[in-house]
Design a protein around this ligand. Sequence first.
Ligand SMILES: Nc1ncnc2c1ncn2[C@@H]1O[C@H](COP(=O)(O)OP(=O)(O)O)[C@@H](O)[C@H]1O
Ligand SMILES: [Mg+2]
Length: 215
Amino acid sequence: MSTIITVATMKGGSGKSTLASCLAVHWQLGGRRPTLIDADPQRSVARLAARERALGGVPVIEDATETASEVARRIVVGGGPVIIDTPGFRSETTTKCLAASDFVLVPVKASPFDVDRMLDTLSMLVNTGNDWHAIYRCVLTQTTRDSVVAKHIRSELAAAGFRLLESEMTNRVIYPEAALWGATPSLIESTGPAARDIAAIAAEVDNILAIKQAA
Ligand SMILES: Nc1ncnc2c1ncn2[C@@H]1O[C@H](COP(=O)(O)OP(=O)(O)O)[C@@H](O)[C@H]1O
Ligand SMILES: [Mg+2]
């Protein structure tokens, strides 16, 4: 299945680059030949790829210009999934990547301080205009499983009409630790809990896309 998946929020530190790189590595290990596009001028994904484990060999294309979405459309043809990491601010690059996407993942940090701004961000993302044909899902990040905060944010999002993946990216120190080596949990502890979180998120995305394609 060749698909363009964009990871976007207007908030820094919500886990975009981590989620984008973890999903790409997961699919790479499964033989799906993904490509990462780093459309953030801060170059988090490109920097990871420059470290020792080089994201397990996932190809990374750096393009923070408005042509990033065209690059994505070109390389997705006949290939594996293309995962685009975007900057944490409103930009024409992000808008165009959203328009080119089949699926948009919106990581939401499970912090009560972030909720209000995040609801605004979501409205903006989901209402990008006529071009929008993607499916989107929010995904809770840096959660403590079954915590009151995560449950509360889940229900606030649902009440505001936003759709959310069941799976969460639980807060685990293995994410920043793995990043020290340019790796992700799937590469350094493939059967550990963080790798299982990522596998569960990837499976949910695959399922939703499969249902879309069948429709
Ligand atoms: N699930 C997680 N558990 C622990 N730390 C995380 C998790 N997700 C992200 N982080 C850490 O949080 C910081 C910000 O994540 P990052 O992916 O760079 O966010 P963004 O790209 O949205 O700015 C990084 O230091 C990253 O290692
Ligand atoms: Mg980032």
